[in-house]
Design a protein around this ligand. Structure first.
Ligand code: MRU
Length: 352
């Protein structure tokens, strides 16, 4: 089967000096344009504007960002601070920054530190790709257990494929595995207002894979469930608290409520790097509030609400553990979802 995964980011070393090259996700699906980051402010801007986005790849961007700062002789401590603070919710961003920074410091800084930070970013990249393979495998097995016989009609939200990962992604990696096994009847793609990561990015990836997919307005999900057209919901996560509360793209929680009402499994797929043991429960997860114009405009500069309209624009919401059927991690499946089971799976080693 052809490899249809997209490189969301790559390190390059042209004669002018090292750079981090991003596939600019704000331009998809109309244009496949690369964005070249030569410095940390440029990368921080790309993270804030969502040119690079999605929890696991934010970890990679953070790690490569530290490597970039080190390689170009910038203040690594200041770079690490700016990168880690670029967006607050995805715990992977701070994790990637921390790993590369610690590698830099352990090597004594300077050129050796720069090489160590880059090696660490590359190691994280490989680990993330491998985690994606395990997520696909465990998630696919879980689908077979929940719904023997295949023919799955899966609903997803936001974007969780190759664009968010060093490999195949999280929830979308499971969908891809089902599709490649001939078991996907339909992928329902929630458009994901306001920034349309579902309609723009998941539909783009689904089309590249040749999946049977359809995009729906977020508000149409209720009638889709009521019509009995959804067998399971599969989403990713930006941060999972120690009690199993899941922060993900705004609109995930209403889907969890609908899924429970209609007795449909609600499955979260995320690497253990997305679990934050320091967040005791959902109330400890910082939820990013984004500019209101993202809601009052349909795309930059195209106003749909009256000029001066106020807006409510949280980028994420938090689903409580009791609404989550299972959390598929790269170390195993957590179900039922509770503090003890989550800690147990997260403490496993990769070889078990
Ligand atoms: O604001 P975004 O586009 O960065 O939000 C991304 C999501 O909410 C994804 O669903 C999440 O990062 C999981 S992807 C592995």
């Amino acid at each position: 089967m052809a490899d249809l995964t997209l490189p969301a980011l790559r390190w390059a070393e042209p004669p002018e000096g090292p750079v981090l090259v991003l596939l600019d996700q704000t331009r998809l699906p109309a244009q496949e344009v690369e964005l070249v980051c030569t410095d940390v402010p440029g990368l921080v801007g790309a993270i804030r504007s969502l040119a690079v986005r999605g929890a696991p790849v934010l970890g990679l961007a953070g790690a490569y960002g530290v490597a970039l700062a080190a390689a170009r002789g910038y203040d690594v401590e200041e770079a690490a601070r700016q990168l880690a603070g670029a967006r607050p919710t995805a715990v992977n961003l701070g994790y990637g920054v921390r790993r590369a920074r610690e590698a830099y410091l352990a090597a004594g800084g300077g050129a050796a530190g720069a090489a160590a930070a880059l090696a660490e970013a590359r190691a994280l990249h490989r680990e993330d790709a491998e985690a994606g393979e395990r997520l696909a495998e465990f998630g696919h097995e879980l689908l077979a257990e929940l719904m023997p016989g295949g023919g799955f009609r899966l609903l997803t939200h936001c974007n969780t494929g190759s664009l968010v990962s060093g490999g195949g992604g999280t929830a979308f990696a499971v969908v891809r595995a089902a599709h490649r096994a001939g078991e996907l009847r339909r992928l329902w793609v929630g458009e994901t207002r306001p920034l349309l990561q579902g309609a723009r990015l998941t539909a783009y990836e689904a089309a590249r894979e040749g999946m049977p997919y359809a995009v729906l307005a977020d508000g149409a999900a209720g009638s889709l469930f009521a019509a009995g057209e959804v067998d399971a919901v599969l989403i990713g996560a930006d941060r999972i608290a120690a009690d199993g509360s899941v922060a993900n793209k705004v609109g995930s929680y209403p889907l969890a409520v609908l899924a429970r009402h209609h007795d449909v499994p609600f499955v979260v797929v995320a690497p253990v790097t997305t679990v934050d043991p320091e967040a005791a429960d959902g109330s400890a997860i910082p939820v990013e509030q984004r500019p209101g114009r993202e809601v009052t405009e349909v795309r930059p500069g195209v106003q749909v609400a009256p000029v001066g309209a106020q807006a409510y624009n949280p980028a994420f919401d938090v689903t409580p553990p009791e609404l989550v059927t299972a959390i598929v991690t790269d170390l195993g499946v957590v179900s039922p979802v509770d503090r003890g089971n989550l800690a147990d799976v997260c403490s496993r080693s990769r070889s078990t």
